[in-house]
Design a protein around this ligand. Structure first.
Ligand code: PRT
Ligand code: ZN
Length: 298
């Protein structure tokens, strides 16, 4: 019975956990999360959710302990490089890139230090939690460095006299600035993604994964799309359609008792800016409404 359920690993608590839970919720996967429980069960889908540290997620997926994981590409890449270095066999697939957990792995040095290109870091001590990503990049550039491996508080390594530069995650850059550092080189861009173990799973599990991914696509599409309603002279239909090149075909309604005026409904694939609204108004459109779309399945 247990194997008849799809297992998804998400971060227990941290920067990805809220968005990962929200993603499941938006896909109508109802999970009754219980504090301090490793596994929570979905009430309406054959899915178990494992809440763990983000660093463990790539390994759990690659080793086939869970079917899917939601994790940052930075953590995934580091684990993949680590296992490649140890000549381990790796099997996984990125099923979908997500729009949260956006950050970058960058080199930071003291604000007052001059930076004249990556080679000026040759032979320096660099503090990081991501030694494999750093080594891969530096090897490509033929630069050597002395590793100071830290699992946290990397920003303070220079002040503590442990390193000359750091290689760490940056999102707004405020942590760097408040520690007297400047970002001099972005080496890896990251955001959260959904990974699967790429093993031949059962048709049953594949169906759930396909449903999940199709729902995520629907959620993302709906978020980016808008539903537009307006009334306009029938002679202007083509002018209106031209304003929405990325939309599906509009639906035109005849208004009762008014042959020359029609109502047009359009699903736009992009945000609607005031400029487009003003162009519609200039064409003579009335009662223009732009509405958010909650879900979309095509
Ligand atoms: O306990 P666990 O191991 O699960 O969590 P963790 O502490 O290792 O990770 P966590 O929750 O801090 O981050 C999880 C993931 O979120 C990371 O692996 C990245 O994929 C992503 N992420 C996105 C970030 C950031 N943005 C981010 N800003 N992870 C860390 N940071 C740090 C940054 O290094 C700095 O120290 O946040 C601080 C503030 O950043 P600034 O640039 O906004 O000032
Ligand atoms: Zn972690």
């Amino acid at each position: 019975m247990y194997d008849k359920k799809l297992k998804i690993a998400i971060q227990k608590s941290g920067r990805l956990s809220k968005d990962s839970r929200k993603l499941l919720h938006n896909c109508d996967i109802k999970v009754n999360f219980q504090k301090n429980k490793l596994i929570s069960f979905s009430e309406n889908m054959p899915i178990d959710v494992m809440c763990v540290r983000d660093d463990d997620i790539p390994g759990l997926v690659i080793d086939g302990i869970v079917d899917l994981g939601i994790v940052g590409r930075n953590v995934l890449e580091e684990e993949v490089l680590k296992r490649t270095f140890k000549l381990e066999k790796i099997s996984f697939k990125i099923l979908k890139h997500l729009d949260f957990g956006v950050c970058r792995l960058s080199i930071g040095i003291p604000t007052e230090k001059k930076y004249s290109g990556i080679s000026c870091l040759n032979k320096l001590r660099i503090a990081t939690s991501y030694p494999y990503i750093l080594k891969k990049y530096f090897d490509k550039k033929n630069i050597s460095f002395k590793l100071c491996k830290l699992n946290g508080s990397v920003e303070v390594a220079i002040r503590a006299g442990l390193a000359d530069a750091i290689f760490d995650l940056v999102s707004t850059g405020e942590a760097l600035v408040s520690n007297g550092l400047k970002e001099v080189k972005v080496i890896h861009n990251s955001s959260a993604c959904i990974i699967s173990n790429g093993y031949n799973t059962s048709v049953f599990k594949r169906d759930i994964v396909n449903t999940f991914i199709s729902r995520i696509n629907g959620v993302v599409k709906a978020r980016e799309s808008k539903y537009i309603m307006l009334r306009i002279s029938a002679s202007k239909i083509n002018d209106v359609v031209r304003l929405f090149p990325f939309s599906s075909k509009p639906t035109i309604y005849q208004l009762s008792g008014k042959n020359s005026i029609v109502a047009i409904h359009i699903v736009s694939r992009e945000s609607i800016f005031w400029k487009t609204m003003e162009k519609l108004k200039n064409l003579g459109a009335k009662s223009i409404l732009v509405l958010p779309i909650e879900k979309m399945l095509e």
